[in-house]
Design a protein around this ligand. Sequence first.
Ligand code: MG
Length: 406
Amino acid sequence: MQKIALLGATGSIGMSALKVMRQHPDRFKLFGVAVGRQWDKLLPIIEEFQVQVACVWDSASAAELRKRTQAKVLEGMDGLLELVTLAEVDYVLNGLVGSIGCRPTLEAIYKGKHVGLANKESMVMAGEIINAALGKHPEARLIPIDSEHSAIFQCLAGRPVSEVEQIQLTASGGPFRTRPAADFGSIVKADALKHPTWVMGEKITIDSATLMNKGLEVIEAHYLFGVGFDDIKVVIHPSSIIHSFVQFRDGSLMAQLGCPDMQLPIQYALTYPERWPLKVDRLDMAAIAKLEFFPPDTAKFPCLALAYRAGALGGTAPAIINAANEATVARFLEDRPAGSAGAIGFTDIPRVIAAVLDEAEIVPRPVLDDVIAADAWARKAALRIMNPAADGAAAPLRAQAQAGKR
Ligand code: MG
């Protein structure tokens, strides 16, 4: 019986993980759960799985939950770190969104836990630090859950990186793949939330629309698999049937295919190296009939090129673009009326991140405190750039954007 702590239990990864656990109730025990503030959605999960320990990020929401459950209720970052290091927990499934997931990943590794990682920000922000921790704690294990990285992990099947010539990450291309760049100025939040193939949370859906999600995945792949940035390519594959490719040095190209359903990579991360039965849809290749591929357009989607640039810079640069992206996407999701203070449009997202990266002082070999400081600095810098009026500067970003329009 594997005792699991599920971080982000009410999110899209969390819900898929619960479905997997329901398929194997005799082999998985949900011991602990963590959420941001959705205590009301968490309560039925605690009851169904008889969860012993819960953690709620938001203090007021934690207090609400305490009134209604016998489970121990922790809160905040301290609570998260306590949850992942409990002696009873064998496996930490990290489905948190954003940079908040980084420290729990590291802490779990320090305690020798097995970690299933859906929180790509952990690797983006602190890839070298996490790899060093894994080197020092061989009893710990890190298995990727991001569908592309699970695909690569499955294709590699334990072969050394020296046999790999190239990794090809597939990308759906998002909702604006065929929309002309000239029309990007009119994109609103509702358009950007219409992902063609995956149903996910709002933040990652916007990242998929800008291709920043793929950019972060390139950095994640670099640190997970030790492949150089020049050997990590992105190929647009709109139907999301092939989850990624590994090209070996003899020219053999291995791919992993499956219906776009996160239950599969989640279960594989939990059962690796075994494969257990799983009730998800099967692919009917004759019905699919054809698979399409296109090169990515980095002029139309500058976030992808920005991620490669940050990856090549290394040090704290990936943490900086990640934090700038989080701040910018959060602002875009606020959907402020165009022209109002701090309002940003879709094309401002890469513009703000690039401006933050241009200003940044990058720490080459960061420790965790450097990463956390870089993250905080980049958020502040992004907020200032998005709302210079609040800082007494001249032109708001929208006006600059208009002036710079090609
Ligand atoms: Mg992915």
